[in-house]
Design a binder for this molecule. Structure first.
Ligand code: PLP
Length: 380
C-alpha cells in the first residue's frame, strides 16, 4: 500500500515517539505543580516552546500550545476579533479550512460581525488588489491561509499582510499545510498570528500551536486555570508539546531538501497523470503550490469511485479534505475556484510525506490512469 493522504494526517515518527515517551511515563508531571515531578514537566514544556519559537522566528512567550490546527484557528479568529475594539468586520477567503470559516460564521451569527469573502481565481490565488479593496476602517482581522489543503495553492501572504498593516489591521494565516514544506518565519511573512498542527509533521494528532504577536490583544476561547499565560486554559499536553518540538526539529533541518525533492517528484507525477489519465486536469496554481501535493479533476468520473479503484490497486488518496469527512457535498474550495459542481465531484487529491520517493510516486501514475479509465468506462 502506498499512502498518499499526508495532507489528512501522517504517522508519528519514531524519533518523535521516543522524545515524548518519557513525558507519558516517568516524567508525567503537571507543569503547574510545585515539586520536582512538576518542575521537570515545566522545563520540558519550556524547551518545547523555545524550539517552536525558534522555528517560527518569534519569542517563546508568543507561542500558545493548542489541541491542534482547529483550535489554533478558533483562538486566532475569535480571540483576536473579540479582543479588538476596532470594529466588527472580518476579511477572509472562501477557500479557508472549515476551522476558519466556521469561526467567522460564529462571529457573524452571535457577535454581530460582518464578513467579506475575497474571491479567488481559478488557480486558487487571492488577488491582492481585491483583498485591499475588501479592507475597511472597521476591519478587525484579516485571515488568509498560507497554503490550501485541497488544491495546494500558496498565497502571497507577505504581500497581503503588508496591505492589512498599512491600514493597521492584524493578519492571521493558517499555515497547517505549509508546515514542513515552506519557511514559516513570522517576521518574513509579516503575520500577527499563525496556526500549525503537529499531526501533519510527524507528531501525534491533538497538538498544535498558535503564534500570536505579543502586542496583539487576545481573548481566550477556553477558560479555566489560566495556563498558557491565560490564553488557553487546561493542563498542558506536555508530551504532545515535546513531540511537536521533536517533529519541528526533524522537519526544519530537512525542509529545503524535502521541498526540492518533493517539487521534482510532484512535477514528474503531475506530468505523468496528465499524460496518461484521460481528460485529467490539475487543480490549483500550476507553480505556486505545495511541493508534495497534487489534485486533479477527472471529467466523466466520480472522485469517490476513483478512490475505491485506487485503493484496490494499493494507493490510498483522498477526494478532498478529510477534515470535512462525512460530508457528501462537493468541495467548497473547488466551487470557489469556479468549478461546476459535477466536475468538483470528480476531484482526487494526492499528498505525501517526505519518505515517499519519486520512484514510489512514478509507479502510481499508471494506477491512476487505470482507475480513471475503469470508472469512466463503467459510467460511475
Ligand atoms: N487548517 C488546515 C489548512 C488543515 O488542513 C487542517 C487539517 O487538515 C486544519 C486546519 C485542522 O487541523 P487539526 O486537524 O490539527 O485540527
Amino acid at each position: 500500500m502506498i499512502y498518499l493522504d499526508a495532507a489528512a494526517t501522517s504517522a508519528v515518527r519514531r524519533e518523535v515517539l521516543e522524545a515524548m515517551w518519557p513525558y507519558l511515563t516517568g516524567d508525567f508531571g503537571n507543569p503547574s505543580s510545585h515539586h520536582a515531578v512538576g518542575e521537570s514537566a515545566a522545563r520540558a514544556l519550556a524547551d518545547a516552546r523555545a524550539v517552536v519559537a525558534s522555528w517560527l522566528g518569534c519569542r517563546a512567550s508568543e507561542v500558545v500550545f493548542t489541541s491542534g490546527g482547529t483550535e489554533a484557528d478558533n483562538l486566532a479568529i475569535k480571540g483576536v476579533a473579540l479582543a479588538t475594539p476596532r470594529g466588527r468586520h472580518i476579511v477572509t477567503t472562501p477557500i479557508e479550512h472549515e476551522a476558519v470559516l466556521a469561526s467567522v460564521e460564529y462571529l457573524t451569527r452571535l457577535h454581530g460581525f460582518e464578513a467579506t469573502m475575497v474571491p479567488v481565481g481559478e488557480d486558487g490565488r487571492v488577488d491582492p488588489g481585491a483583498f485591499a479593496e475588501a479592507l475597511r476602517p472597521d476591519t478587525t482581522l484579516a485571515s488568509v491561509m498560507l497554503a490550501n489543503n485541497e488544491v495546494g495553492t500558496i498565497q502571497p501572504v507577505a504581500e497581503l499582510a503588508a496591505l492589512a498593516h498599512e491600514r493597521g489591521i492584524p493578519f492571521h494565516t493558517d499555515a497547517v499545510q505549509a508546515a514542513g514544506w515552506l519557511p514559516l518565519d513570522v517576521k518574513a511573512l509579516g503575520v500577527d498570528a499563525l496556526s500549525v498542527s503537529g499531526h501533519k509533521l510527524g507528531a501525534p494528532k491533538g497538538i498544535g500551536a498558535l503564534f500570536v504577536r505579543g502586542r496583539i490583544p487576545l481573548e481566550p476561547v477556553v477558560h479555566g486555570g489560566g495556563q498558557e499565560r491565560g490564553r488557553r486554559s487546561g493542563t498542558e499536553n506536555v508530551a504532545g508539546a515535546v513531540a511537536l518540538a521533536a517533529a519541528v526539529r526533524l522537519s526544519s533541518a530537512a525542509q529545503e531538501a524535502n521541498a526540492a525533492a518533493g517539487r521534482e517528484a510532484r512535477d514528474a507525477f503531475v506530468a505523468a497523470v496528465l499524460r496518461e489519465a484521460p481528460g485529467a486536469r490539475l487543480t490549483g496554481h500550476p507553480s505556486e503550490r505545495l511541493p508534495a501535493s497534487a489534485s486533479f479533476v477527472f471529467p466523466g468520473t466520480n472522485g469517490e469511485a476513483v478512490l475505491l479503484e485506487l485503493e484496490r490497486r494499493g494507493v490510498v488518496s483522498s477526494s478532498g479534505s478529510a477534515c470535512a469527512a462525512g460530508s457528501e457535498d462537493a468541495s467548497h474550495v473547488l466551487l470557489a475556484l469556479g468549478y461546476p459542481e459535477d466536475l468538483a465531484r470528480t476531484a482526487v487529491r494526492f499528498s505525501w510525506s517526505p519518505d515517499v520517493s519519486a520512484a514510489d510516486l512514478a509507479a502510481v501514475a499508471p494506477a491512476v490512469a487505470d482507475a480513471v479509465r475503469e470508472v469512466a468506462a463503467l459510467g460511475r
